[in-house]
Ligand binder design. Sequence first.
Ligand code: NDP
Length: 255
Amino acid sequence: MSLSLFSLQGKVALVTGSGQGIGLAIAEGLSEAGAHVVLNGRDRAKLERAGDMLARAGRKVSISTFDVTDHEAVAAGVAAAEAQAGPIDILINNAGMQRRGAFLDFPVEGWHEVVATNLHSVFYVTQAVAKGMVARGRGKIVSIGSVMSELGRPTIVPYTATKGAVKMMTRGLAAELGKHNIQANAIGPGYIVTEMNKALIADEAFSGWVRSRTPAARWGETGELVGAAIFLSSAASDYVNGQLLMVDGGMTAVV
Ligand code: NDP
């Protein structure tokens, strides 16, 4: 049956930054498809609330609290996750952040913060998880890029640099790990309604620009990323490697 290609029954998935927003929606979706999900973030109480919500729905869920920008904490956090849930079959590199500001005055601390959170994290967590995947001869790595993996926009130069790098890291991982039956792909969300965009959504001029710039003529919802995440986490994508799948209402297809 072709739908069984999308089943995640018996799989363990670590989703970074999954106490809220896109990460939580993806964790929810993967768990509904059968995976045991490990929630991650820095705020333990937030993760416990999300974990309770999933457990009440009968899902298999664990929590591993660690900061994805801290190399040692990542190694310990991945080990703790595997001790609780078992070897990680699926890694979703979702944790990320935004800082806005004119390039000429952008504070160097902000640059380091954005690069550490959006890019160093992908290196740290993927390296910690992929060693076991190589040993087991299988694995799925899905990193959350952005429309900014392909496009520029004023006031978010550091963010754009990191999301472009996530696309290229994905290709590098595919090139190196493909022979171990590991697929590394990325998802490029368009403008999605989350905490990160609260100020933009409230700004009618910006919100109107998003609607007019997007063929779908609206913002996206977090749940709309779930289908792509399940596809790239499941056997349905076993011969898909190094790709960036845009889930952006068509934004990057048009000028
Ligand atoms: P949110 O701000 O709603 O959530 C970000 C999550 O990342 C939080 O759960 C936060 O948890 C976690 N996080 C942040 N820093 C760290 C850290 N150092 N260590 C561990 N966890 C961390 O963001 P979104 O859901 O909107 O975004 C999720 C991803 O999607 C990001 O990579 C973002 O760049 C990307 N994206 C979002 C788009 C959008 O329109 N919303 C568009 C394109 C891409 P905690 O605070 O508990 O640590």
